[in-house]
Every structure is written in structure tokens, then in C-alpha cells.
Design a protein around this ligand. Sequence first.
Ligand SMILES: Cc1cc2nc3c(=O)[nH]c(=O)nc-3n(C[C@H](O)[C@H](O)[C@H](O)COP(=O)(O)OP(=O)(O)OC[C@H]3O[C@@H](n4cnc5c(N)ncnc54)[C@H](O)[C@@H]3O)c2cc1C
Length: 247
Amino acid sequence: MAANEIPRAGYQCKLLSRVEVAEGTLAFYFEKPSEFDFKPGQSADLTLSNPPETDSEGNTRTFSIASCPFENQLMFSTRMRDTAFKRSLRKVPMGTSVKIDPAMGSFTLHKNSAKSAVLLAGGIGITPFLSIVRQADHDRLPLRLHLFYSNRRPEDAPFLDTLRMLEKSNPNFQLVLTMTQMSQSKREWNGETGLINQEMLSRHLSNLLGPIYYIAGPPAMVAGVRKMLVGANIDEDDIRTEDFAGY
Ligand SMILES: Cc1cc2nc3c(=O)[nH]c(=O)nc-3n(C[C@H](O)[C@H](O)[C@H](O)COP(=O)(O)OP(=O)(O)OC[C@H]3O[C@@H](n4cnc5c(N)ncnc54)[C@H](O)[C@@H]3O)c2cc1C
């Protein structure tokens, strides 16, 4: 096969490790084939071959690639709901091969660094943004990034420590964390509380009308945030969304 040829059958990638990144949320690391090419923010289909169990939803799911192009592993992260696909992914032995299709999607950063990017994540919707902000830090990208990240509780919020470290290392990166159900949490919290709304955005952004907005998360969250932005007179051309259909 030529070096730049994409295998139609996808890539067989070995599972290297499984790590808990928040309550009920795991990260899965796979071998990255040398030809696997992607941009931060893209996603890929994962297919289990001969899984221990299956159901009517089948053996394939789409996941955003949460690792970065500069890294030599592929990482995906998911809420471990009680479905056949996820039970299988939790229990297959290390070294099991999973088919990973070529990266797809256009949920990638704009190029014009005169316009900042406002990234709005609901829960596991953080995955494409983790890749985007870590690669931007690695490349010293001269683009201003503002990440608003909403979760029910800190216990449920994956990658908080990584994101906090990035805020220290990248002067172009601002992190705003918000929790919507602190009454259910056992941890202390000094950040924002409540849903991402216009008032919260206005307190942290100098101008709501300049940036390009990116929203990722479960469909209901994406629809709600998009509606809020349109209500705040943000041009629909400046709003890009990634719907985690299936939640
Ligand atoms: C572009 C894109 C990127 C995505 N990126 C990610 C990602 O990075 N991480 C990620 O986790 N997911 C991501 N998803 C969603 C992912 O593809 C799955 O749909 C999702 O993880 C649900 O899979 P499942 O096996 O839990 O449910 P499925 O078995 O696929 O369930 C299908 C249906 O059953 C319902 N359902 C199943 N179990 C439950 C339950 N316990 N409670 C309520 N309803 C239930 C679901 O609402 C859904 O309608 C992405 C989707 C898209 C399209």
C-alpha cells in the first residue's frame, strides 16, 4: 500500500490502556498507525470485531479524537453507560485490535488568528476541545482560545487538571469551568455555577460579537447553547457545532 493511501477497511489498532478520567468516564488509548492523519477536533468510527457481547445498536460508535496529532497514540474518552458496546470495550483484554476508520469531520479551528475562538463544552463534549487546546499549546498557536466547560459536578468532569495546567502554560488560553449540580457534590468549588448563558459569557469575554463559537456535547446541550447564542445576536455563520448524537 502506498504511504499516503487510506485503507478502505480502516486501521486495526491495538488497545494499549484504559484509564478512569472522571466518575463513570474512561479514556482508551490505542496504537496510532503512522499513516493515520487527523486535525484536532475531528472524529473517527470505532468498530469492535467479535466483541464479547453485542446489541441492536451494533458494534460501531463515533468518537471525537481526544489526543493530538503530535502524539503517537490515539485516545478516545466516553461515559461508560450500560450498553453492550461499552461493556465490551471495558472488558476486552489489552492488545485487542479495534478497527478505527480514517478521521472525519470539519469541527476544526478557523485559521484567521484575528478572530478568537470560544469553545463551549458540555460534559463529554470536551473531547474535541482537549485535542484542539493541547495541540494549540504544543504549536504555540497565536490564536486566542476561551474554553467554557460545563459539568454537573467536578467528580464528573474529565481532564480538569490537564486543562488547568494548559491555562498556566498558554497565555492565549482562558478556561472557565462551571458546575450545574454542586448540591450533589462532595468537593469544594470556587468556579462558576449554573448553565453557560449570555451573562456568563459577557463577564469573561470583552466582545461577544467578534469570536467564532464552537459547541460540542449531547444534542440537547448543543441545541440549547446555540439558541442562547442566536438570542445574543451572534451571527449563525460564526457558530459551529458537533452533536454527540446517541446521548
Ligand atoms: C461526531 C460525533 C462525535 C462523538 N464523540 C463522542 C465522544 O468523544 N465521546 C462519547 O462518549 N461519545 C461521543 N459521541 C457519541 C457516541 O457516538 C455514542 O452515541 C454515545 O457514546 C452513546 O453510545 P452508547 O453505546 O452509550 O449508547 P447506544 O447503545 O448507542 O444508545 C443508543 C440510544 O439508546 C439510548 N441509551 C442507551 N443507553 C442509555 C442510558 N443508559 N440512558 C439513557 N439512554 C440510553 C441513547 O440515548 C441512544 O438514543 C459522538 C458522536 C458523534 C456523532
